[in-house]
Every structure is written in C-alpha cells, then in structure tokens.
Design a protein around this ligand. Structure first.
Ligand code: 13P
Ligand code: SF4
Length: 314
C-alpha cells in the first residue's frame, strides 16, 4: 500500500483491529510519539517493557521502541513473533559498542565482572555477565562482592554516575547517547534563572555537569513517578521529550519544560525512536514484517545475563 492509501485509513481503528486478529500486544517506550503511546497496551521504561515481554500471553509482540529493546523481547519470548515498526530504529550506545571490540575489551580485563547496560546488541549481551537498566543498575552493582572489579559498558555517563554513587572500582566503556549528551549546561542555567522555582530532573545518561544541577536523577519511569509524587509544580526535564506526554497526562496542573539542546535543533528527540510512526506500526502488523530474528544459540547465550538481571532486580 502506498502513502496515499494510508492517508484514507483510520490508523487507530486499523491497529486495534489487527491487534485482535493477531492476538498481538503493542508495547511502547516513553520516547515514542504521543499517538503511539496512547494506542499502546503498555508504556514503560526498558526494565518494565522487558518484564511485560516476558510475561505476556499474546502470540505477537509489536515493539514500538528501538532495536535492542525488541531484541530483548525476542530473547525473553523466543516463541513469539516480535515485530518492530522500523528495523533501522537503533541506538547510538548500541552502535558504539560492536561485539568484536567489546570481546577484546573483556578479554583484556580477566577477573572483572561485566555489567552491561541493556542498550546494547544481543551479541554484546551474550558476552556479558549481567545486564542492567538505568532503573536497576545501582541495585545490581551493590550486590557484586566488594573485592570484584567491574567492567561497565557502553554508556560512560551512566557508568561514571554509578561509580560515584556506589564508590566501586569500575572500568567504563566510552559510549554516549546522542540525545543525552546534547543538553547545554549554559542554556539550562539560563532557563533555571527564568523559572527559579523549577526543579531540574535528569536521566543518568546525561553528562555530569547536567546531573550536578539536577534535584532528581532516574530512569524514565522513575522521573515520571517523581513528578507525580513531588509537591513541586514546575520541572525542567533533561531527557528525551517523549516522556513529557505521560507527565502532562499524569499531572495536568504541573508545567514541564524540555531541557534545551546545545544547537537550535530538535536534538532532544531521539532520532531512532522517532523513526517509528503510526503508519509504520500499522504496516508492520499488516505485513508481519520487519520481524526480529535471532539464532537459537544467540538467544541461549544472551538470556543468561538478562535472567541474572531479572533475579537481582526483583
Ligand atoms: P529507560 O530504561 O530509563 O527508559 O531508558 C531507555 C533509554 O534508551 C534512555 O535513553
Ligand atoms: Fe539510545 Fe539515546 Fe535513543 Fe535512548 S535516547 S534509544 S540511549 S540513542
């Protein structure tokens, strides 16, 4: 079907119909466009979405997120069909940590425990000891025996934040997120001067100077929970702007201001997450492609560190 054909369709209705026909569940990350979040069966952070993917009774999981998230769903539910609206929805962190280089790094550090952020490929997961997300990383690190050194990949900002928080000896891969490294400290301080009562809240993938200005740091779900529980009324939000949709829905009486990027650009929107559109959600369900396919051997290896994460973050 061409784009003209799509314009005449009620995409929301068509997606809902296909969900029933396929016995599919639509999972969406908070960074998806608002329309996709609103039609999803579940919206969550990386950990919550992994848990949902592992527990659903659906035959098909439509994963409106990025590739590493859909891969994790496949590893956790290998018998299910996992569809992703745009197969090119990657992640700069995953792309900056190729498996052969990661293996060399691991081999150069014998005896280290390798804790790897979920924002990585299935191949890198298979080479890791334990996977973590931004919502359970600290909890997991605190369970590692004190005499063990830690290798943390691929996000250097999250790694440095955790190193400081836990005081652990950690070697850190030098990867970054294209969105979270974009926030301008100068503009952030200027914005704060315009809204003196506003609280700055940030995702731990942000650079240290931004984190130092923040009154609360956490995963997307933790940020959402925080604004709901806080007595404060105005927040400057240093993460991808998609989360603001759920914040505004949950707290219509509060004000949320996106933290400004360095350039005059939309760099605080994830270029990968935003590849997914309602049209592509519909088409992937109708055509049952693009689909995540992984070898049995890769799934067998990659599930081990993911299951460790699930056990350690209960
Ligand atoms: P969360 O697990 O906090 O949702 O983060 C995912 C992510 O990609 C952040 O950029
Ligand atoms: Fe990856 Fe950053 Fe996009 Fe999250 S926001 S998916 S870390 S590129």
């Amino acid at each position: 079907m061409n784009i003209t054909g799509l314009i005449t369709l009620d995409l929301e209705y068509e997606i809902k119909t296909l969900k029933k026909e396929l016995n599919a569940v639509l999972l969406a990350h908070y960074y998806q466009e608002s329309e996709i979040q609103d039609i999803a069966d579940f919206v969550g952070d990386s950990l919550e979405l992994s848990r949902k993917a592992a527990s659903t009774n659906a035959d098909v999981i439509v994963f409106a997120g990025v590739h590493f998230m859909a891969e994790t769903a496949k590893i956790l539910s290998p018998k299910k069909q996992i569809l992703i609206p745009d197969i090119n929805a990657g992640c700069s962190l995953a792309e900056g940590c190729p498996a052969p280089l990661f293996k060399q790094w691991r081999d150069a550090h014998p005896g280290y425990v390798s804790i790897t952020y979920i924002n990585c490929s299935a191949e890198v997961k298979a080479l890791s000891d334990i996977i973590c997300t931004s919502s359970n990383a600290e909890k997991i690190i605190r369970q590692i025996p004190a005499d063990k050194k830690i290798l943390f990949a691929p996000d250097k900002n999250l790694g440095n934040y955790l190193k400081k928080k836990t005081g652990r000896d950690m070697e850190i891969w030098q990867g970054t997120c294209v969105v979270h490294e974009t926030f301008s400290l100068k503009k952030l301080i200027h914005l704060k001067s315009l809204y003196p009562d506003a609280k700055i809240i940030a995702h731990p993938e942000c650079e240290e100077p931004v984190l130092e200005q923040s009154s609360f740091i956490g995963s997307t779900s933790a940020l959402l929970k925080h604004v709901q529980q806080s007595a404060d009324k105005t927040f400057i939000v240093a993460t991808e702007t998609g989360i603001i949709h759920q914040m505004e829905k949950a707290c219509p009486d509060k004000t949320f201001i996106p933290a400004p990027p360095e350039e005059s650009c939309a760099c605080n929107q994830c270029p990968y997450m935003k590849l997914n559109t309602m049209e592509k959600v519909y088409l992937c369900m109708k055509n049952r492609t693009p689909e995540i396919i992984l070898s049995d051997e890769l799934i067998r290896k990659a599930i081990i560190p993911i299951q460790r994460m699930m056990e350690m973050s209960r």
